[in-house]
Structure formats: structure tokens, C-alpha cells
Design a protein around this ligand. Structure first.
Ligand code: ATP
Length: 764
């Protein structure tokens, strides 16, 4: 134990020390060993996964990049700016069209299913054969959900909502296959079948992932899977450019899902994009606008009233007309925020435990599929139980007509419909709208309570099974049901005052969603845009803020929990204050594998085969020699894929060569993003004796002094989107290397009133 501020965590042998201060301590996982710059760890939960590579969001300051800029001139920069707008337009249009396709398919499959089951139900009510529609319903749902499950076995990257994966990508982590065409196909078809299969899932979350994939694909103008390349957008084949387009795609997805273009921009800002600037905001806003406009135009045509642009999003919450609120209701809204925070935290905790259980025990393909089928069947059984326990809850059909929602008569007299069956039998979106707008007295308190508990448990169980699924709508539905319950309670307590239960359902929905996801600004705007009512904006903001604060007291937001579970080296917005006691020396890797500015081919080849690192500092070899190979003056950094390209293209020289043929940026872009491995390189003995001049290709990257504190290093990584940060001493000699994994290893843990820093290991 030490109180010395600059005490390194690594001793000479590379083992980590435990660092303790008055307020904090670091617990080290002893299940690992470090040897030099290689790390081997036993597997365990407290690990950062080494299999995630980072993305390179740093500006390219290499000589060949400057040469290209000079050659193409100012005209080219303007052309690129125009092309960016064109790509944003295409992203908006394509995302809007995919959203229409999903909606169209879900509506028709659901219609087919419900009309089939309802016909059977109507016949069997008189013929006493109720088990037939019941079994038919189960069979249809199970087969739909089976398709969704099989699609995820085909492409696992499409599992869940995809939001955590997109968030990681935008943070700078290369999540495998997250932007692949296969993932898009599996995501889109998967969500159609899981929603139509009656699961407690929504299609809005997957739209965000779909938008991101569409953006990633369009912006590259090529597909490695389909093997075509239009060559038009080749200048955007860098992680940095692609990241901006993916942010726009995520925003366009939100815009199409909720009809909320501003909400989309804010979602990208709050949840997604880790790096933002003013121009990017305009681009993203444009893509979101186009997306919702495209959806609106096409939906109006499909619905038979072309030109009447009244369907801006997949979900239509319906308008809240003349629903004011009074000052004395504000404490109730705060209380609802607290409830949402508590229920949200409970939901996250239960889902976390279930996911851990799943990781351990439900991981074989056939078991995963059985779980999916079981969830589908259980959902139907529970729906049936709910319907039959509330079979006398009937309301006149005319009250439902203006909601444009299908009604189910079941055991009710003619001219009336069964309220619970109408919620259970329709899509979750329709159910939310019903809860928001049905008049007072439509639902009995006990039925709502039962529905809320059941749906809470079902949603918790469903999120994580191998289907493509969104959590927005189920969360809104849970919240809308308990929110409406609060409204009914208020009405019963104060019969002389009119408490609109629909309004309370809206606040409950907002609160529950905020409690689970811990978003505030974007959710507030999404809900305001989706309900079209600015009057209720303030209460929505209040419940969202209170729900977030309350939820944060207990645990992290839903997506952050899932990111941590996958051991992703995710960098949060800011480093913890306690880390200011640590310096670069404490976290860097040393000794560093580095290369000379003019390096022997054999050496490069040997290093690339022996080491898995993706970045190597380039040092001045004269300085290196005088310093007895201990260190060299830092010149720049070169990436693994660049070295492989140089070797593959045989860009070699002999030591006395003066005239050189440099590779161009196009040579390096060729293989982006799937760069070949070193195993694809075969060299002759003569070639190995030659040299590579790395100077034109190396990036003049940022460095940091070995005295710098961790928060400073952290903000450099976050602010500049770094992949590697070279640590230098006072003589500008390379003494260490820091990557995002070195920073993501430190995590705050709050337990029983104590706050501590935990140091995680890096697994292979
Ligand atoms: P990335 O995974 O981000 O693409 P990388 O593979 O180069 O980058 P990491 O996997 O993040 O590096 O790093 C694993 C460990 O290796 C880290 O502790 C890091 O500091 C260390 N490391 C990275 N590059 C070097 C290097 N050139 N020499 C020595 N250690 C290095």
C-alpha cells in the first residue's frame, strides 16, 4: 500500500500493485499475469475482453495524406462536402423505407394472425372448442418466433435491440459484424417475426441499429459481402468518416421509429455519438428529417391518403388534446418519477441476473431456441389467462372507434368489446395508445395491475433471448399501465377533480422508460414529438429527470449494464476523480514494441507475426542506436494494417536507394474495413533483407508525458477519439504505450456506502 501519487501500479516484472488512497482503493484481480507487453488472463466476469479492437477516430496527419490533399486541391474538399449531403440524403431515404417495410410486414402478419385466431375464437365460443384457437395462436406465434431465433443463430450480431453495440461502435470499439449486411437482414426480418410472434418486444430499438447499418453501408459505396464497389465514396473509407455516418443512421432510425427528427439528433448526442461537432449535428438533423419525411410520404400512400402527411413515425401515440395539468399535480409527477426509477432499477437488476444465468446455463443453440419457443408459448398462455380472468370487462365499441384500434367482442354483448382482450390481442404500440387515450372507466384497476406485473416479468424475461427485439415500447407499456393505475387512484381519492388517466399513463410510460434507460433530454423530446403536445413537456421532463436520478442511485442504465456484461472496453464520458492520483506511468504498457523510421522487412514481418498489437510507435533510428536500443525519439505511429499493406505491395527499398515510389492512400483504403492478416503475406529471402521507409505513412500522432495524470489522458482519448497514445519522457523518447483497454480497466464500484476503484484484467 502506498500514498505516493505517482507510484506505478506495475513493478519491474509487470505485476500490478494495489493502489489505495484515503477515500478509495483499487481491487486487483489476481487471476492474471503480465509478461512484458503480453497479458494472459484466466476467464472471469471481471475482465475487459481483448478480442475487441479499437477504431481509429484520429485525424490522418501522414505525409501521403498531405500529398493527396495537395494533389486534389480545394475543389476536392468541396466535392466531399457535397457528397456528404448526398450520403445523408440516401441514409434518410433508405432508413425511412426500411421502417415502412418493417411496419407494413408487422401489420399484415399480425392482422393475418389475429383475424385467423379471432375467427376460430368466435366459432368456438358457441361450439365449446376454445382449445383450438388457443393452440392455433400458440402454434402461429411459436413458428414466427422460431424464424426470428434462427435468424439470430445465422447472424448473432442482430440479437437484441442493437443499441448497446451501436453505442460501443460510436465510442470507438470495433464490435464484430455490427454493421454487416447479414446483421441488417437478420435484424429487419427478425424484428418483423418477433413482434408479429406476439413477444413483449418493440420494433423501435432495432430501427436504430438498422439505420446505423444502412448508414455504414451506404457511406462506403461498396459491399464486401455482395462483392461490388462503386468507387464513388472511397474517400470516406476511414473509421472517422464512417463513425459520423453511423451516428446519422442511428438518429435517422429514431426519427423513423418515433416520428421524432429532433429526438433522433438528441438521441445520437445523448446515447450514441461520443464525438460531436456542429457540422455533424446539421448532417444528422438532415438525415433524420429526410427519414421521417420519407416514412410519412410512403405510409400516407400505403394507407390510401397520399399527400396527407400524418404518419411521421412507426409509432403513433395519438394527440393529447386539451389535457392541461395543475400546479398541485407536480408532487404526484415527482412521485411517479421516483416510482419509475425504482421499477426501472428493479427491471435492470432482474434482467442482469437473468442474463448472467443465461451466459452460464443457456448457451447451446438448441437450448437457446427452446427458450425462445418457451417464451412465445408462455406469452400466449398468460394472454389467455388475462383475457379469461377479465372476461366481463366490456365497454361500448363506439368509445374505441376514434382510437382507430381493433376491438374484440369475446364474451361481451353485441355492441361492446372486451377491454383486456383488446390490449392483449393488439400490437404493443396499439396497446400503449389505448392506455393513453381510452376514457376513464375503460380498465379496471385490478386488471391493469395484473397486466402490469405480468408484462413487466415477460419483458424482463424476453429481453436477452435470441431474437431481434426492442425495449422502448414494452417499457412504455409497463409504465403506461401503472401510470394509468395512478390516474385511476387519484380519481378515486379526489372524485370532485377530474384526473385524466391517459395523461398519467403517459407520465408513467415516460418514467418507466427513463428509469430503465436513464435518458432524459432525448426521451423528453421524443415523447413530446411523438405525442405532439408541448403542454405536457414540463411534467415529462420532471418525471424523466427524477426517474434517472432515482434509478442511478441503485444501478446503471440498461444499455450500460449490457455493455459492461460483454466486457467491452467502453470509455465513459469522464474519468472518475479518484483516478487523478494515477499517472501515465501507472497504466502504460512497457516495454513498447517499436519500429525504426527505415526498418528491415524481416523485422517488421517477425514483429507482426509475433505480436497482436495494432499500433507501433516509429522512432528515429539514429537516436535509438546512440541510446543503446533502450528508447528512440518519437516520430509517429504506424498501424498494423498499414504495415501489412506495405509488405503485400512490396514497397521495399535497399538502403542506398534514393528514388522511391510511395504508395497512395488509395492503396490503404482498398481493403478497408476488412484488412488482410499477416498470414496472407509471403516473402522471399531476398525481400526480407530489404527495408521499408515508414516515414511517408506514419501518422504524426499525439503523445503524452509520463508525468500526465489519468484524467488528462482520459479526456485526450475521449475528445480526440484516440486508439493509441504513446508515452514519452522528457527527451521525447518512447517509454510506454496506452490504449483504451488500459483506461477501461478502471471502473468505479459502489457497494454498501463505499466507493472504490476496481482494476479489471484484459482477457485474450
Ligand atoms: P486495439 O485493440 O485498440 O486495436 P492494440 O491491439 O494495438 O489496439 P490493445 O489490444 O488495446 O492494443 O492493447 C493490449 C495491451 O497491449 C495494452 O495494455 C496496450 O497498452 C499494450 N500495447 C499496445 N500496443 C503496444 C505496443 N506497440 N507495444 C507494447 N505494448 C502495447
Amino acid at each position: 500500500m502506498t500514498e505516493d501519487e505517482n507510484q506505478p501500479l506495475l513493478d519491474e516484472s509487470g505485476r500490478h500493485h494495489t493502489y489505495t488512497s484515503l477515500n478509495a482503493y483499487i481491487t486487483t484481480n489476481d487471476n492474471h499475469e503480465r509478461t512484458g507487453s503480453h497479458t494472459t488472463f484466466a476467464t472471469g466476469e471481471k475482465l475487459i475482453s481483448g478480442r475487441y479492437e479499437s477504431l481509429d477516430y484520429e485525424c490522418d496527419e501522414s505525409e501521403i495524406s498531405h500529398m493527396e490533399e495537395k494533389r486534389l486541391g480545394h475543389q476536392h474538399t468541396r466535392r466531399l462536402a457535397v457528397l456528404k449531403w448526398v450520403i445523408m440524403l440516401l441514409i434518410g431515404i433508405c432508413t425511412g423505407l426500411v421502417a415502412v417495410f418493417v411496419d407494413f410486414a408487422v401489420k399484415n402478419l399480425t392482422k393475418f394472425k389475429f383475424s385467423y385466431v379471432q375467427n376460430r375464437l368466435d366459432t368456438c365460443l358457441s361450439e365449446h372448442c376454445l382449445f383450438t384457437p388457443y393452440l392455433t395462436w400458440i402454434a402461429i406465434n411459436m413458428s414466427f418466433v422460431l424464424v426470428s431465433g434462427l435468424l439470430i443463430l445465422w447472424e448473432p450480431a442482430a440479437r437484441g435491440s442493437g443499441i448497446p453495440q451501436v453505442k460501443c461502435y460510436l465510442n470507438g470499439v470495433a464490435v464484430p459484424h455490427v454493421l454487416s449486411l447479414k446483421a441488417l437482414i437478420a435484424k429487419v426480418l427478425g424484428v418483423i417475426f418477433s413482434v408479429s410472434g406476439g413477444l413483449a418486444v418493440g420494433k423501435e430499438g432495432p430501427m436504430i441499429h438498422s439505420g446505423s447499418i444502412i448508414a455504414g453501408g451506404i457511406s462506403q459505396g461498396k459491399s464486401s459481402t455482395l462483392k461490388f464497389d462503386f468507387h464513388i465514396f472511397k474517400h470516406f473509407r476511414t473509421d472517422k468518416h464512417k463513425r459520423d455516418f453511423v451516428s446519422a443512421g442511428a438518429a435517422a432510425g429514431v426519427a423513423a421509429a418515433f416520428g421524432a427528427p429532433v429526438g433522433g439528433v438528441l438521441f445520437a448526442l445523448e446515447e450514441g455519438a461520443s464525438f460531436f461537432n456542429q457540422q455533424l449535428t446539421w448532417f444528422i438533423f438532415f438525415a433524420s428529417m429526410v427519414s421521417t419525411f420519407t416514412l410519412n410520404v410512403v405510409m400516407s400512400a400505403i394507407d390510401g391518403h397520399f399527400g396527407d402527411l400524418s404518419s411521421p413515425g412507426l409509432i403513433n401515440f395519438g394527440l393529447f388534446k386539451d389535457v392541461p395539468y395543475m400546479w398541485f399535480e407536480l408532487p404526484i409527477f415527482i412521485l411517479m418519477g421516483v416510482m419509475g426509477g425504482v421499477f426501472g432499477a428493479l427491471f435492470n437488476e432482474l434482467n442482469l441476473r437473468l442474463t448472467k444465468f443465461r451466459h452460464h446455463y443457456i448457451n447451446r443453440h438448441w437450448v437457446l431456441i427452446i427458450e425462445v419457443l418457451l417464451v412465445a408459448a408462455t406469452t400466449v398462455v398468460i394472454a389467455f389467462v388475462l383475457i379469461f380472468t377479465t372476461m366481463n370487462e366490456c365497454r361500448p365499441i363506439k368509445t374505441q372507434v376514434e382510437l382507430n384500434s381493433p376491438t374484440i367482442q369475446l364474451f361481451c354483448p353485441d355492441g361492446q368489446y372486451n377491454t383486456m382482450a383488446t390490449i392483449v390481442f393488439s400490437t404493443p404500440e396499439n396497446a400503449v395508445r389505448n392506455l393513453f387515450h381510452s376514457e376513464i372507466g375503460t380498465y379496471k384497476a385490478w386488471s391493469l395491475l395484473a397486466f402490469c406485473i405480468v408484462y413487466f416479468c415477460l419483458t424482463c424475461w424476453t429481453y436477452g433471448i435470441i431474437v431481434s427485439s426492442g425495449l422502448f415500447i414494452p417499457s412504455l407499456l409497463i409504465g403506461a399501465s401503472w401510470g394509468r393505475l395512478v390516474g385511476i387512484g387519484m380519481h378515486n381519492l379526489f372524485p370532485s377533480i377530474y384526473f385524466n388517466p391517459g395523461k398519467y399513463a403517459l407520465f408513467g410510460a415516460a418514467s418507466q422508460l427513463g428509469g430503465i434507460m436513464r435518458m432524459t433530454i432525448s426521451l423528453a423530446v421524443i415523447l413530446i414529438e411523438a405525442t405532439g403536445d408541448i403542454v405536457l413537456g414540463l411534467p415529462i421532463m420532471i418525471v424523466l429527470t427524477v426517474a434517472k436520478l432515482t434509478g442511478d442511485y441503485f444501478n446503471e442504465g440498461f444499455f450500460d449494464i449490457h455493455i459492461a456484461l460483454q466486457s467491452v472496453p467502453f470509455l465513459p464520458w469522464q474519468s472518475e476523480v479518484f483516478l487523478s492520483r494515477l499517472s501515465a506511468l501507472s497504466v502504460m504498457s512497457a516495454p513498447v514494441t517499436k519500429l525504426k523510421t527505415v526498418e528491415k522487412v524481416e523485422t517488421i514481418f517477425r514483429i507482426l507475426r509475433a505480436e497482436s498489437h495494432h499500433g507501433f510507435p516509429v522512432v528515429d533510428h539514429h537516436a535509438d542506436e546512440t541510446n543503446n536500443e533502450r528508447a528512440g525519439t518519437f516520430q509517429g505511429i504506424i498501424l498494423r494494417h498499414q504495415l501489412i499493406t506495405i509488405l503485400r505491395k512490396r514497397n521495399f527499398i535497399s538502403l542506398n536507394d534514393s528514388l522511391r515510389d510511395y504508395l497512395t492512400l488509395d492503396d490503404f483504403r482498398e481493403s478497408y474495413p476488412r484488412h488482410p492478416s499477416i498470414e496472407s503475406v509471403h516473402l522471399t529471402d531476398e525481400e526480407r533483407e530489404l527495408y521499408c521507409d515508414l516515414r511517408p505513412y506514419m501518422n504524426l500522432a499525439y503523445t503524452v508525458s509520463h508525468h500526465s495524470t489519468l484524467p488528462r489522458i482520459f479526456s485526450m482519448f475521449r475528445g480526440l477519439g484516440l486508439r493509441h497514445l504513446v508515452v514519452v519522457n522528457d527527451k521525447n523518447e518512447v517509454v510506454g504505450m496506452i490504449t483504451r483497454k488500459d483506461l477501461a480497466r478502471f471502473r468505479m464500484i459502489h457497494k454498501k456506502g463505499h466507493t472504490s476503484i476496481e482494476e479489471l484484467g484484459i482477457s485474450n
